[in-house]
Design a protein around this ligand. Structure first.
Ligand SMILES: NC(=O)c1ccc[n+]([C@@H]2O[C@H](COP(=O)([O-])OP(=O)(O)OC[C@H]3O[C@@H](n4cnc5c(N)ncnc54)[C@H](OP(=O)(O)O)[C@@H]3O)[C@@H](O)[C@H]2O)c1
Length: 317
């Protein structure tokens, strides 16, 4: 690794998107620190295995709690902080904001956004309440004068292929949310991670929002199903769920089960990922890095044909 490269510290690096971020950081040659909750008898075998893998590829693991003194110390060892905390822990990032303020050395902070462009959408109330927490972190970062990049990664591609197409099942029914014609954006997780490391280090993205909307990854549910039929040689029966039913569910399901259905509504009924034009002044990842060969949705489905990417966890089930 080159000595003059930014040192990247990842919070939440053993998580679903975090592990891709850590691997991308290492693969791009950055000295990479992973701050992780202490490993003990309760730690899952999969996390222990992943930590071994991180060690073997050259990441430095630092175990600790989200305690002010501990995180100030680790932040002082880094130049860039990327956080991939899960939704329930989003507000915990206030502790990271405080620690970055005190440490005073961080050149860029990328908080745990990784979804729709939260400052530009107005979804159903349960999803809006979810986004309000992320928006609060953005405003705190700005008030603290911390240099930032906010990323709107849109859908994690493999994660959403599993939700929409359920390629791991033999079932021939596929649920379509709304009309199926609304465009969404599905980006392969490895690309989300690579773009995130690139934008975190890029002077052009200082205090800016970057939207990950590569042209080959904009697709509707109906188009995705047709493409999967073509590739897999199967014929599916579409079960359409009308918007009224989705809205009703968002109003009747108990929290937090009302959140996933409200996210589905935002993405696949309202089209919140692709229903606004990117203006000249907006930053889009594939345009910032035209030399980076991202995985198109077509190529992502090929991966599922060869070796299905297992569903991450039970969310949305
Ligand atoms: N665009 C999309 O399609 C999409 C899909 C899913 C999620 N997201 C977003 O991506 C971001 C990351 O989500 P994720 O699903 O990747 O996260 P995740 O896998 O659930 O968790 C990430 C890591 O956070 C750390 N963590 C710290 N405190 C924790 C606690 N009290 N409980 C559980 N974990 C804790 C854990 O790492 P250690 O144990 O190492 O500390 C965990 O591995 C979020 O902003 C989420 O909203 C986007």
């Amino acid at each position: 690794m080159e000595a003059n490269k930014n040192r990247i510290l990842v919070f939440g690096g053993t998580g679903y998107i975090g592990k891709y971020v850590v691997k991308a950081s290492i693969s791009l040659g950055y000295p990479t620190l992973v701050y992780t909750r202490p490993i003990n008898s309760q730690t899952s075998p999969s996390k222990i295995q992943l930590c071994k893998e991180f060690n073997s590829i050259g990441a430095t693991l630092v175990e600790g709690e989200l305690e002010h003194g501990q995180i100030v110390r680790v932040i002082k060892e880094a130049d860039i902080v990327i956080c991939t905390f899960p939704y329930p822990q989003v507000v915990e990032q206030l502790k990271i904001v405080d620690a970055i303020k005190v440490a005073g050395n961080i050149k860029r902070f990328v908080p745990s956004d990784f979804g729709v462009e939260e400052d530009r959408v107005h979804p159903l109330p349960p999803f809006q309440a979810f986004l309000d927490k992320k928006i609060k972190i953005r405003r705190e970062i700005e008030a603290a004068g911390i240099p930032y990049t906010y990323v709107s990664a849109n859908c994690f591609g493999a994660y959403f292929v599993n939700i929409l197409l359920r390629p791991y099942e033999k079932n021939k029914d596929i649920v379509v949310h709304g009309s199926g014609q609304v465009k969404a954006v599905l980006n392969y997780e490895e690309d989300v991670a690579m773009y995130t490391i690139k934008v975190a280090n890029d002077p052009r993205t200082h205090n800016r929002i970057v939207v990950y909307r590569p042209s080959k990854n904009i697709i509707s549910q109906n188009e995705l199903i047709s493409l999967w039929e073509l590739k897999s040689g199967q014929k599916f029966h579409k079960v359409f769920v009308p918007e009224e039913d989705i809205v009703k569910l968002s109003q009747t399901l108990p929290p937090p089960e009302d959140i996933p259905i409200s996210i589905i509504h935002s993405i696949f009924v309202r089209g919140d990922m692709a229903n606004f034009e990117l203006e000249e002044d907006d930053l889009e990842a594939s345009q910032l890095y035209p030399g980076y060969n991202y995985t198109s949705i077509d190529q992502l489905l090929d991966k599922f044909l060869v070796d299905p990417i297992p569903p991450a966890y039970g969310a949305f089930e």
